[in-house]
Write a protein that binds this ligand. Structure first.
Ligand code: PLP
Length: 364
């Protein structure tokens, strides 16, 4: 089960909204879902093993313990934490709780698609604001579009472009939206928080504690290496979380995932090692791609976005035929490929395949 990693955008979507074209054999080189290639640490694996004795019990109590452990780690009261089945569940219930046909979701384009997919599936309006020329979320037009919006989805750093906004830009955005549209909530998705190197970046968790209009989401799927276990959470004031709770699946975080999450929170060394490993392999990947003659932007995440200067779907398909899975299409950036950072060996093998595909393509 731990090995059956899928296409990460599906996490936030209802099953009916999933495309059957998404595939991937377990033996393929999976550079397509921004997962941690090494998985959780030894301590977490031991905790999962030790929790098997509890698997005959419903996980209600466990979830309360996870909530308390997250609250402790984040320095907020327990009632400011809502645990979900991946942060995908948090995104989903935030859209359900705060958007409607006349209270749109404002989101980036491209950004993580699950909130827009959920909004459309449930009949809410969606306003998509294109990224700017540097591929960063375009905060001013997003803020302008937010008047009367139910929810703004702000992915920081942004998936798939890898860009990040510093603390003062986020502060200004929140203040501006708050003045113009006090009923609008802002969901700041910090799935890639631990990978950010930009010194101007800061988590918005302290803001979510103070400001009832702000929700922060986090996940155990990335730096903690637990994408297959499905644990994420929201931080916000209790009244802000109430509309999300109404849609939350009551026992969505299972016993094994709960045990893993609580232990992962105590394993700072594993997080530090993964951050350092990712940074090094990411730099190797960026240098190697530039050597191949393609432009790749700065990344504050565990993936890079590469300008292949051609329609990327045939490249994605050709790579898949050679058992290399790279990121899906992110319209309107249809000439760019998102490549997740695997191990150094995986990146060497993956870039060899990609290079071959690109060279074959240019001969035609
Ligand atoms: C920005 C962002 N948010 C949320 C998610 C959902 O992650 P999960 O449901 O595994 O926590 C992802 C998955 O890749 C993501 O990229």
């Amino acid at each position: 089960m731990l090995a059956a990693r899928g296409h990460e955008s599906l996490g936030g979507l209802p099953p009916g909204a999933r495309s059957s074209s998404v595939s991937g054999s377990v033996t393929a080189l999976r550079l397509n879902s921004n997962e941690n290639p090494l998985g959780p640490g030894e301590n977490v694996l031991a905790a999962i093993g030790a929790a098997f004795g509890e698997t005959n019990r419903y996980p209600y109590d466990m979830e309360r313990h996870v909530q308390a452990a997250i609250a402790r780690a984040q320095g907020v009261p327990d009632d400011h934490v809502l645990v979900g089945c991946g942060s995908g569940e948090i995104l989903r219930i935030a859209v359900l709780g705060y958007t409607s046909p006349d209270r749109p979701l404002v989101t980036g384009l491209p950004t993580f698609e699950a909130p827009a997919g959920q909004a459309r599936a449930s009949g809410s309006a969606v306003i998509e604001v294109p990224v700017d020329r540097s591929l960063a979320l375009d905060l001013q037009p997003m803020a302008d579009q937010a008047s009367d919006a139910g929810l703004v989805f702000l992915c920081n750093p942004n998936n798939p472009t890898g860009t990040v906004h510093g603390a003062s830009a986020i502060d200004d955005f929140i203040a501006y939206v708050g003045r113009r549209s006090p009923r609008t909530r802002i969901l700041i998705d910090e799935a890639y928080h631990e990978y950010v190197d930009d010194p101007s970046y800061r988590t918005a968790v302290p803001i979510a504690r103070q400001n009832p209009r702000v929700i922060v989401s986090r996940t155990f799927s990335k730096v903690f290496g637990m994408a297959g276990l499905r644990v994420g959470y929201a931080i916000a004031q209790p009244d802000t979380l109430a509309p999300l709770r109404a849609f939350k699946w009551n026992a969505g975080v299972n016993v094994l995932a709960s045990a893993a999450a609580m232990t992962a929170l105590t394993d700072a060394a594993h997080v530090a090692a993964e951050r350092a490993r990712n940074r090094e392999v990411r730099q190797f990947t960026i240098d190697a791609i530039r050597k191949l003659g393609y432009e790749v932007g700065e990344s504050h995440t565990n993936f890079v976005m590469v300008d292949l200067r051609r329609d990327v779907q045939p490249v994605i398909d050709a790579c898949a035929k050679q058992d290399l899975l790279i990121g899906r299409l992110f319209p309107p950036l249809t000439r760019m490929a998102r490549i997740s950072i695997g191990t150094l060996d995986e990146m060497k093998r993956g870039l060899d395949v990609l290079d071959g595909v690109l060279r074959a393509g240019t001969r035609h």
